[in-house]
Design a protein around this ligand. Structure first.
Ligand code: MN
Ligand code: MN
Length: 473
Protein backbone atom coordinates (compact mmCIF):
# COMPACT_ATOMS: atom_id res chain seq x y z
CA UNK A 1 0.00 0.00 0.00
CA UNK A 2 1.33 3.43 -0.89
CA UNK A 3 1.93 5.50 2.27
CA UNK A 4 1.11 9.20 2.24
CA UNK A 5 1.00 11.79 5.00
CA UNK A 6 -2.02 11.40 7.27
CA UNK A 7 -4.25 14.42 7.58
CA UNK A 8 -6.35 15.15 10.65
CA UNK A 9 -9.39 14.07 8.67
CA UNK A 10 -7.69 10.77 7.72
CA UNK A 11 -7.04 10.21 11.37
CA UNK A 12 -10.49 10.97 12.73
CA UNK A 13 -13.08 10.12 10.11
CA UNK A 14 -14.13 6.96 8.28
CA UNK A 15 -12.35 6.85 4.97
CA UNK A 16 -14.28 5.22 2.15
CA UNK A 17 -12.45 4.90 -1.10
CA UNK A 18 -12.07 2.40 -3.89
CA UNK A 19 -9.87 -0.51 -2.87
CA UNK A 20 -8.28 -0.35 -6.32
CA UNK A 21 -6.37 2.80 -5.27
CA UNK A 22 -4.16 0.86 -2.87
CA UNK A 23 -3.47 -2.14 -5.12
CA UNK A 24 0.21 -2.76 -5.93
CA UNK A 25 1.41 -4.58 -9.04
CA UNK A 26 1.67 -7.99 -7.42
CA UNK A 27 -1.76 -7.81 -5.83
CA UNK A 28 -3.20 -6.52 -9.10
CA UNK A 29 -2.12 -9.73 -10.82
CA UNK A 30 -3.37 -11.86 -7.93
CA UNK A 31 -6.78 -10.19 -8.16
CA UNK A 32 -7.16 -10.91 -11.87
CA UNK A 33 -5.76 -14.46 -11.61
CA UNK A 34 -8.07 -15.24 -8.71
CA UNK A 35 -11.03 -13.96 -10.72
CA UNK A 36 -10.15 -16.31 -13.61
CA UNK A 37 -10.33 -19.33 -11.30
CA UNK A 38 -13.58 -18.13 -9.79
CA UNK A 39 -15.25 -17.43 -13.12
CA UNK A 40 -14.28 -20.82 -14.47
CA UNK A 41 -15.54 -22.60 -11.35
CA UNK A 42 -18.99 -21.01 -11.19
CA UNK A 43 -19.49 -21.17 -14.96
CA UNK A 44 -19.44 -24.96 -14.56
CA UNK A 45 -21.22 -25.50 -11.25
CA UNK A 46 -24.66 -23.88 -11.47
CA UNK A 47 -26.80 -25.89 -9.06
CA UNK A 48 -26.40 -26.92 -5.42
CA UNK A 49 -25.78 -30.53 -6.49
CA UNK A 50 -23.08 -29.49 -8.96
CA UNK A 51 -21.56 -27.17 -6.37
CA UNK A 52 -21.32 -30.01 -3.82
CA UNK A 53 -19.57 -32.17 -6.45
CA UNK A 54 -17.16 -29.38 -7.39
CA UNK A 55 -16.44 -28.53 -3.75
CA UNK A 56 -15.75 -32.19 -2.93
CA UNK A 57 -13.42 -32.60 -5.89
CA UNK A 58 -11.48 -29.37 -5.16
CA UNK A 59 -11.21 -30.34 -1.50
CA UNK A 60 -10.06 -33.87 -2.35
CA UNK A 61 -7.27 -32.42 -4.49
CA UNK A 62 -6.22 -30.41 -1.44
CA UNK A 63 -5.96 -33.35 0.93
CA UNK A 64 -9.48 -33.48 2.38
CA UNK A 65 -10.97 -36.94 2.98
CA UNK A 66 -14.57 -38.09 3.37
CA UNK A 67 -15.18 -38.32 7.12
CA UNK A 68 -16.45 -41.90 6.78
CA UNK A 69 -12.88 -42.90 5.89
CA UNK A 70 -11.42 -41.46 9.11
CA UNK A 71 -11.71 -43.54 12.28
CA UNK A 72 -10.12 -40.84 14.45
CA UNK A 73 -9.14 -37.24 13.87
CA UNK A 74 -6.14 -35.20 15.02
CA UNK A 75 -4.93 -31.63 14.48
CA UNK A 76 -4.24 -30.90 10.83
CA UNK A 77 -6.67 -33.53 9.51
CA UNK A 78 -8.97 -32.33 6.75
CA UNK A 79 -12.42 -33.82 6.28
CA UNK A 80 -15.46 -33.58 4.03
CA UNK A 81 -19.03 -34.12 5.22
CA UNK A 82 -21.98 -33.99 2.84
CA UNK A 83 -25.69 -34.70 3.08
CA UNK A 84 -28.16 -35.65 0.34
CA UNK A 85 -25.73 -34.32 -2.25
CA UNK A 86 -26.93 -30.75 -1.61
CA UNK A 87 -25.10 -29.46 1.45
CA UNK A 88 -21.45 -29.80 2.43
CA UNK A 89 -18.99 -29.03 5.20
CA UNK A 90 -15.20 -28.95 5.10
CA UNK A 91 -13.18 -28.97 8.29
CA UNK A 92 -9.51 -28.62 9.17
CA UNK A 93 -8.93 -29.81 12.72
CA UNK A 94 -7.23 -27.22 14.91
CA UNK A 95 -4.47 -27.61 17.49
CA UNK A 96 -6.64 -26.34 20.34
CA UNK A 97 -9.37 -28.54 21.83
CA UNK A 98 -12.55 -28.02 19.84
CA UNK A 99 -14.50 -26.86 22.91
CA UNK A 100 -12.36 -23.72 22.87
CA UNK A 101 -14.32 -22.78 19.78
CA UNK A 102 -14.19 -22.98 15.99
CA UNK A 103 -13.93 -20.57 13.10
CA UNK A 104 -16.91 -21.04 10.84
CA UNK A 105 -17.59 -19.56 7.41
CA UNK A 106 -21.11 -20.32 6.18
CA UNK A 107 -22.24 -19.58 2.64
CA UNK A 108 -25.02 -20.90 0.42
CA UNK A 109 -24.80 -22.74 -2.87
CA UNK A 110 -28.36 -22.48 -4.17
CA UNK A 111 -29.32 -19.61 -6.46
CA UNK A 112 -32.58 -18.25 -7.86
CA UNK A 113 -33.67 -20.19 -10.93
CA UNK A 114 -36.64 -21.74 -12.70
CA UNK A 115 -37.56 -25.23 -11.51
CA UNK A 116 -39.64 -27.40 -13.81
CA UNK A 117 -43.04 -28.34 -12.43
CA UNK A 118 -43.50 -32.04 -11.68
CA UNK A 119 -45.86 -32.38 -14.65
CA UNK A 120 -44.06 -29.88 -16.85
CA UNK A 121 -44.65 -31.06 -20.39
CA UNK A 122 -47.52 -29.85 -22.57
CA UNK A 123 -48.22 -28.71 -26.10
CA UNK A 124 -49.95 -25.59 -27.26
CA UNK A 125 -51.90 -26.37 -30.41
CA UNK A 126 -52.60 -22.72 -31.27
CA UNK A 127 -48.87 -22.11 -31.65
CA UNK A 128 -47.80 -25.69 -32.46
CA UNK A 129 -45.12 -25.60 -29.76
CA UNK A 130 -44.09 -27.96 -26.98
CA UNK A 131 -43.34 -26.28 -23.66
CA UNK A 132 -42.25 -26.91 -20.09
CA UNK A 133 -44.15 -25.29 -17.22
CA UNK A 134 -41.96 -23.91 -14.43
CA UNK A 135 -42.23 -22.81 -10.83
CA UNK A 136 -39.60 -20.21 -10.02
CA UNK A 137 -37.27 -20.72 -7.06
CA UNK A 138 -36.20 -17.77 -4.92
CA UNK A 139 -36.93 -14.08 -5.32
CA UNK A 140 -36.71 -13.18 -8.97
CA UNK A 141 -37.94 -10.33 -11.14
CA UNK A 142 -39.74 -12.62 -13.57
CA UNK A 143 -39.50 -10.33 -16.57
CA UNK A 144 -35.71 -10.72 -16.47
CA UNK A 145 -35.88 -14.41 -17.35
CA UNK A 146 -37.44 -14.17 -20.80
CA UNK A 147 -35.35 -14.18 -23.99
CA UNK A 148 -32.44 -15.66 -22.01
CA UNK A 149 -30.92 -18.90 -23.34
CA UNK A 150 -31.50 -21.53 -20.67
CA UNK A 151 -29.86 -24.86 -19.87
CA UNK A 152 -31.46 -27.72 -17.94
CA UNK A 153 -29.57 -29.17 -15.00
CA UNK A 154 -30.68 -31.80 -12.52
CA UNK A 155 -31.72 -35.36 -11.98
CA UNK A 156 -34.53 -37.64 -13.06
CA UNK A 157 -35.29 -40.66 -10.89
CA UNK A 158 -36.72 -43.38 -13.09
CA UNK A 159 -39.38 -45.87 -12.04
CA UNK A 160 -36.66 -48.54 -11.69
CA UNK A 161 -34.80 -46.29 -9.23
CA UNK A 162 -32.01 -45.37 -11.62
CA UNK A 163 -30.90 -41.75 -11.24
CA UNK A 164 -30.28 -39.95 -14.52
CA UNK A 165 -28.08 -36.86 -14.49
CA UNK A 166 -29.25 -34.15 -16.84
CA UNK A 167 -27.09 -31.32 -18.12
CA UNK A 168 -28.20 -30.00 -21.47
CA UNK A 169 -27.53 -26.58 -22.96
CA UNK A 170 -24.04 -25.85 -21.63
CA UNK A 171 -22.06 -27.64 -24.33
CA UNK A 172 -21.82 -25.41 -27.45
CA UNK A 173 -23.17 -28.37 -29.44
CA UNK A 174 -26.23 -28.73 -27.20
CA UNK A 175 -29.54 -27.06 -27.96
CA UNK A 176 -30.71 -24.41 -25.48
CA UNK A 177 -34.19 -23.53 -24.24
CA UNK A 178 -35.91 -20.18 -23.92
CA UNK A 179 -38.98 -18.37 -22.64
CA UNK A 180 -40.31 -16.12 -25.38
CA UNK A 181 -41.67 -12.63 -24.86
CA UNK A 182 -44.37 -10.74 -26.73
CA UNK A 183 -43.30 -8.44 -29.56
CA UNK A 184 -43.53 -4.73 -28.64
CA UNK A 185 -45.90 -4.09 -31.55
CA UNK A 186 -48.64 -6.00 -29.74
CA UNK A 187 -47.60 -5.59 -26.11
CA UNK A 188 -48.86 -2.08 -25.44
CA UNK A 189 -52.10 -3.07 -23.73
CA UNK A 190 -51.61 -6.62 -22.54
CA UNK A 191 -48.25 -5.96 -20.90
CA UNK A 192 -47.88 -2.17 -20.99
CA UNK A 193 -50.76 -1.65 -18.60
CA UNK A 194 -49.44 -4.15 -16.08
CA UNK A 195 -47.06 -3.17 -13.27
CA UNK A 196 -43.41 -3.97 -14.00
CA UNK A 197 -43.21 -6.97 -11.66
CA UNK A 198 -46.24 -8.55 -13.39
CA UNK A 199 -44.90 -7.84 -16.88
CA UNK A 200 -44.36 -11.58 -16.96
CA UNK A 201 -46.31 -13.65 -14.43
CA UNK A 202 -45.20 -16.91 -12.83
CA UNK A 203 -47.42 -19.03 -15.09
CA UNK A 204 -46.08 -17.18 -18.13
CA UNK A 205 -42.60 -18.47 -17.41
CA UNK A 206 -42.96 -21.36 -19.84
CA UNK A 207 -40.00 -22.70 -21.72
CA UNK A 208 -40.09 -23.50 -25.42
CA UNK A 209 -38.66 -26.98 -25.95
CA UNK A 210 -39.78 -28.11 -29.40
CA UNK A 211 -41.84 -27.44 -32.50
CA UNK A 212 -41.83 -30.65 -34.53
CA UNK A 213 -44.80 -33.01 -34.51
CA UNK A 214 -44.43 -36.72 -33.98
CA UNK A 215 -45.08 -38.79 -37.10
CA UNK A 216 -47.04 -41.29 -35.03
CA UNK A 217 -50.53 -41.48 -36.53
CA UNK A 218 -52.39 -42.56 -33.38
CA UNK A 219 -51.82 -39.42 -31.34
CA UNK A 220 -53.63 -36.13 -30.99
CA UNK A 221 -50.72 -34.67 -28.97
CA UNK A 222 -48.14 -34.71 -31.73
CA UNK A 223 -45.83 -31.97 -30.41
CA UNK A 224 -45.75 -33.31 -26.88
CA UNK A 225 -45.24 -36.87 -28.10
CA UNK A 226 -42.28 -35.88 -30.23
CA UNK A 227 -40.50 -34.48 -27.15
CA UNK A 228 -41.35 -37.63 -25.17
CA UNK A 229 -39.91 -39.76 -27.96
CA UNK A 230 -36.64 -37.80 -27.83
CA UNK A 231 -36.47 -37.96 -24.03
CA UNK A 232 -37.19 -41.68 -24.14
CA UNK A 233 -34.41 -42.26 -26.63
CA UNK A 234 -31.88 -40.05 -24.83
CA UNK A 235 -32.62 -40.88 -21.18
CA UNK A 236 -34.80 -43.98 -21.30
CA UNK A 237 -37.60 -42.14 -19.50
CA UNK A 238 -41.37 -41.85 -19.82
CA UNK A 239 -43.50 -38.84 -18.83
CA UNK A 240 -44.23 -40.17 -15.34
CA UNK A 241 -40.47 -40.19 -14.57
CA UNK A 242 -40.50 -36.39 -14.68
CA UNK A 243 -42.62 -36.42 -11.52
CA UNK A 244 -39.65 -37.78 -9.58
CA UNK A 245 -37.22 -35.28 -11.06
CA UNK A 246 -35.51 -32.07 -10.03
CA UNK A 247 -34.82 -30.14 -13.20
CA UNK A 248 -33.61 -26.57 -12.97
CA UNK A 249 -33.49 -24.10 -15.84
CA UNK A 250 -30.53 -21.77 -15.44
CA UNK A 251 -28.91 -19.19 -17.75
CA UNK A 252 -26.53 -20.74 -20.26
CA UNK A 253 -24.09 -17.85 -20.15
CA UNK A 254 -20.58 -18.26 -18.79
CA UNK A 255 -18.99 -15.58 -16.62
CA UNK A 256 -17.46 -12.70 -18.54
CA UNK A 257 -15.21 -9.75 -17.77
CA UNK A 258 -17.12 -6.49 -17.72
CA UNK A 259 -15.68 -3.07 -18.58
CA UNK A 260 -12.74 -1.73 -20.59
CA UNK A 261 -10.62 -2.29 -17.50
CA UNK A 262 -11.99 -5.83 -17.01
CA UNK A 263 -12.47 -4.97 -13.34
CA UNK A 264 -15.96 -6.46 -12.98
CA UNK A 265 -17.39 -9.96 -13.36
CA UNK A 266 -20.74 -10.70 -14.94
CA UNK A 267 -22.33 -14.08 -14.44
CA UNK A 268 -25.20 -16.14 -13.10
CA UNK A 269 -25.38 -17.35 -9.50
CA UNK A 270 -22.74 -15.15 -7.92
CA UNK A 271 -25.19 -14.90 -5.00
CA UNK A 272 -23.81 -16.77 -3.20
CA UNK A 273 -21.31 -18.91 -5.07
CA UNK A 274 -18.89 -16.02 -4.76
CA UNK A 275 -18.74 -16.68 -1.02
CA UNK A 276 -18.82 -20.45 -1.47
CA UNK A 277 -15.84 -20.30 -3.85
CA UNK A 278 -13.82 -17.81 -1.81
CA UNK A 279 -14.40 -19.73 1.43
CA UNK A 280 -13.51 -22.98 -0.37
CA UNK A 281 -10.24 -21.51 -1.66
CA UNK A 282 -9.45 -20.14 1.81
CA UNK A 283 -10.02 -23.38 3.72
CA UNK A 284 -8.06 -25.36 1.12
CA UNK A 285 -5.00 -23.30 2.10
CA UNK A 286 -5.33 -23.82 5.83
CA UNK A 287 -2.85 -26.18 7.50
CA UNK A 288 -3.10 -26.99 11.22
CA UNK A 289 -4.86 -23.83 12.44
CA UNK A 290 -5.12 -23.00 16.15
CA UNK A 291 -8.89 -23.28 16.09
CA UNK A 292 -10.74 -25.84 13.99
CA UNK A 293 -11.66 -24.25 10.66
CA UNK A 294 -15.04 -25.02 9.19
CA UNK A 295 -16.57 -24.07 5.85
CA UNK A 296 -20.30 -24.74 5.50
CA UNK A 297 -22.06 -24.71 2.16
CA UNK A 298 -25.82 -24.58 2.62
CA UNK A 299 -28.72 -25.18 0.26
CA UNK A 300 -32.20 -23.57 0.34
CA UNK A 301 -31.12 -20.09 1.48
CA UNK A 302 -33.12 -18.49 -1.30
CA UNK A 303 -36.33 -20.04 0.02
CA UNK A 304 -35.73 -19.32 3.70
CA UNK A 305 -32.99 -21.80 4.68
CA UNK A 306 -35.64 -24.46 5.30
CA UNK A 307 -35.40 -28.23 5.01
CA UNK A 308 -32.77 -30.80 5.84
CA UNK A 309 -30.17 -29.21 3.57
CA UNK A 310 -30.88 -25.60 4.60
CA UNK A 311 -29.20 -23.73 7.43
CA UNK A 312 -32.23 -24.36 9.68
CA UNK A 313 -31.80 -28.11 9.22
CA UNK A 314 -29.77 -30.38 11.45
CA UNK A 315 -26.72 -30.67 9.22
CA UNK A 316 -24.40 -28.29 11.07
CA UNK A 317 -24.81 -30.08 14.39
CA UNK A 318 -24.70 -33.46 12.70
CA UNK A 319 -21.40 -32.58 11.03
CA UNK A 320 -19.99 -31.48 14.38
CA UNK A 321 -21.04 -34.74 16.02
CA UNK A 322 -19.30 -36.68 13.23
CA UNK A 323 -16.14 -34.66 13.88
CA UNK A 324 -16.23 -34.67 17.67
CA UNK A 325 -16.90 -38.40 17.98
CA UNK A 326 -13.68 -38.94 16.08
CA UNK A 327 -11.72 -36.44 18.15
CA UNK A 328 -12.54 -38.08 21.45
CA UNK A 329 -14.09 -41.43 22.38
CA UNK A 330 -15.63 -39.65 25.39
CA UNK A 331 -17.72 -37.32 23.24
CA UNK A 332 -20.48 -35.56 25.18
CA UNK A 333 -23.27 -33.41 23.86
CA UNK A 334 -22.38 -30.71 26.40
CA UNK A 335 -18.94 -30.42 24.81
CA UNK A 336 -20.56 -29.78 21.46
CA UNK A 337 -22.69 -27.00 22.94
CA UNK A 338 -19.59 -25.51 24.53
CA UNK A 339 -17.65 -25.70 21.27
CA UNK A 340 -20.48 -23.85 19.55
CA UNK A 341 -20.83 -21.15 22.17
CA UNK A 342 -17.11 -20.40 21.99
CA UNK A 343 -17.17 -20.22 18.20
CA UNK A 344 -17.08 -17.35 15.76
CA UNK A 345 -18.85 -17.41 12.44
CA UNK A 346 -18.88 -15.33 9.32
CA UNK A 347 -22.18 -15.59 7.52
CA UNK A 348 -20.74 -15.21 4.06
CA UNK A 349 -23.25 -13.72 1.68
CA UNK A 350 -23.52 -10.95 -0.87
CA UNK A 351 -24.89 -7.49 -0.25
CA UNK A 352 -26.48 -4.83 -2.45
CA UNK A 353 -24.00 -2.63 -4.28
CA UNK A 354 -25.08 0.94 -5.07
CA UNK A 355 -26.94 0.91 -8.37
CA UNK A 356 -26.19 4.16 -10.24
CA UNK A 357 -29.70 4.30 -11.70
CA UNK A 358 -31.66 3.65 -8.50
CA UNK A 359 -29.79 5.45 -5.76
CA UNK A 360 -32.90 6.40 -3.80
CA UNK A 361 -33.27 2.92 -2.28
CA UNK A 362 -29.93 3.16 -0.50
CA UNK A 363 -28.82 5.31 2.38
CA UNK A 364 -25.59 6.17 0.66
CA UNK A 365 -23.64 6.73 3.87
CA UNK A 366 -24.19 3.05 4.77
CA UNK A 367 -24.16 1.42 1.35
CA UNK A 368 -21.51 -0.68 -0.39
CA UNK A 369 -19.88 0.24 -3.66
CA UNK A 370 -18.44 -2.28 -6.07
CA UNK A 371 -14.67 -2.23 -5.52
CA UNK A 372 -14.94 -0.96 -1.96
CA UNK A 373 -13.70 -4.24 -0.49
CA UNK A 374 -15.53 -6.89 1.50
CA UNK A 375 -18.74 -5.60 3.06
CA UNK A 376 -19.50 -5.96 6.76
CA UNK A 377 -23.18 -5.92 7.62
CA UNK A 378 -24.28 -5.86 11.27
CA UNK A 379 -27.95 -6.59 10.64
CA UNK A 380 -30.42 -7.32 7.86
CA UNK A 381 -34.10 -8.08 8.18
CA UNK A 382 -37.01 -5.75 7.49
CA UNK A 383 -39.29 -3.48 9.50
CA UNK A 384 -37.02 -2.53 12.40
CA UNK A 385 -34.39 -5.25 11.90
CA UNK A 386 -37.20 -7.85 12.03
CA UNK A 387 -35.95 -11.41 11.65
CA UNK A 388 -32.33 -10.36 11.61
CA UNK A 389 -29.22 -11.51 13.41
CA UNK A 390 -27.96 -8.25 14.85
CA UNK A 391 -24.28 -8.94 15.43
CA UNK A 392 -22.64 -7.91 18.70
CA UNK A 393 -20.51 -4.77 18.63
CA UNK A 394 -17.71 -6.77 20.28
CA UNK A 395 -17.56 -9.23 17.40
CA UNK A 396 -17.86 -6.46 14.83
CA UNK A 397 -14.88 -4.88 16.56
CA UNK A 398 -12.88 -8.08 16.31
CA UNK A 399 -13.65 -8.50 12.63
CA UNK A 400 -12.78 -4.88 11.87
CA UNK A 401 -9.51 -5.25 13.74
CA UNK A 402 -8.68 -8.47 11.87
CA UNK A 403 -9.29 -6.89 8.46
CA UNK A 404 -7.36 -3.72 9.32
CA UNK A 405 -4.41 -5.69 10.67
CA UNK A 406 -4.18 -7.68 7.45
CA UNK A 407 -4.71 -4.75 5.05
CA UNK A 408 -8.00 -6.12 3.78
CA UNK A 409 -10.13 -3.30 2.38
CA UNK A 410 -13.63 -3.45 3.86
CA UNK A 411 -16.68 -1.26 3.89
CA UNK A 412 -19.70 -1.04 6.12
CA UNK A 413 -22.95 -1.83 4.36
CA UNK A 414 -26.63 -2.40 4.92
CA UNK A 415 -29.30 -3.76 2.62
CA UNK A 416 -31.04 -0.54 1.58
CA UNK A 417 -32.62 2.37 3.39
CA UNK A 418 -34.62 1.90 6.59
CA UNK A 419 -38.02 0.44 5.64
CA UNK A 420 -37.12 0.23 1.96
CA UNK A 421 -37.13 -3.56 1.83
CA UNK A 422 -34.70 -6.01 3.34
CA UNK A 423 -33.56 -9.58 3.28
CA UNK A 424 -32.09 -12.37 5.29
CA UNK A 425 -29.09 -14.67 5.21
CA UNK A 426 -27.97 -17.77 7.07
CA UNK A 427 -26.62 -15.53 9.88
CA UNK A 428 -29.70 -15.78 12.09
CA UNK A 429 -29.82 -19.57 11.84
CA UNK A 430 -26.13 -19.88 12.67
CA UNK A 431 -26.61 -17.53 15.61
CA UNK A 432 -29.29 -19.83 17.04
CA UNK A 433 -26.45 -22.21 17.93
CA UNK A 434 -25.32 -19.61 20.47
CA UNK A 435 -22.22 -18.39 18.68
CA UNK A 436 -20.94 -15.00 17.55
CA UNK A 437 -21.93 -14.38 13.94
CA UNK A 438 -21.79 -11.49 11.53
CA UNK A 439 -22.63 -11.04 7.87
CA UNK A 440 -19.77 -10.31 5.51
CA UNK A 441 -19.38 -10.55 1.74
CA UNK A 442 -18.94 -8.66 -1.49
CA UNK A 443 -21.58 -6.37 -2.98
CA UNK A 444 -23.39 -7.19 -6.21
CA UNK A 445 -25.32 -5.15 -8.73
CA UNK A 446 -28.26 -6.88 -10.49
CA UNK A 447 -28.55 -9.44 -7.69
CA UNK A 448 -30.87 -12.40 -8.48
CA UNK A 449 -30.82 -11.58 -12.19
CA UNK A 450 -29.52 -14.02 -14.82
CA UNK A 451 -26.31 -11.94 -15.02
CA UNK A 452 -25.12 -10.58 -11.69
CA UNK A 453 -22.22 -8.14 -11.38
CA UNK A 454 -19.37 -8.27 -8.88
CA UNK A 455 -15.97 -6.57 -8.55
CA UNK A 456 -12.80 -8.60 -9.00
CA UNK A 457 -11.18 -6.67 -6.17
CA UNK A 458 -14.04 -7.49 -3.79
CA UNK A 459 -13.99 -11.17 -4.75
CA UNK A 460 -10.26 -11.37 -4.05
CA UNK A 461 -10.47 -9.53 -0.74
CA UNK A 462 -13.38 -11.70 0.35
CA UNK A 463 -11.12 -14.73 -0.12
CA UNK A 464 -8.28 -12.98 1.77
CA UNK A 465 -10.68 -12.09 4.58
CA UNK A 466 -11.76 -15.73 5.04
CA UNK A 467 -8.15 -16.88 4.91
CA UNK A 468 -7.04 -14.45 7.63
CA UNK A 469 -10.11 -15.28 9.71
CA UNK A 470 -9.15 -18.96 9.81
CA UNK A 471 -5.49 -18.20 10.37
CA UNK A 472 -6.01 -15.84 13.30
CA UNK A 473 -5.63 -17.38 16.76
MN1 MN B 1 -27.34 -14.86 -0.74
MN1 MN C 1 -30.09 -14.30 -2.65
Amino acid sequence: MAKKKQTLEDKLSVKVESSWLAVDKKTDKEIYDFADGYMDFISKAKTEREMVNSIVSAATKNGFKPIEKCKTLKPGDKVIITNMGKVAALAVIGKEPIEKGMKVVGSHIDSPRLDLKQKPLYEDTDSDLALFKTHYYGGIKKYQWVNVPLALHGVIVRADGKIIDVNIGEDPNDPVFVIGDLLPHLARKVQGERKLFEGITGEELRIIIGSRPSLDKDTKNKFKLNVLEILNKKYGIIEEDLISAELQAVPVSKCRDIGFDRSLIGGYGQDDRVCAYTSLMAICEIQKPSKTALALFFDKEEVGSVGATGAQGGFFEYALIEIMERLSPKFRFATLKKALSNSRALSADVDAGVDPMFKTVYELGNAAKLGGGIGICKFGGAGGKGGSNDANAEFLGEVRQLFNKNNIPWQYTELGKVDEGGGGTVARFLSEHNLQVIDVGPALISMHSPFEISSKADVYYTYRAFLEFHKAA
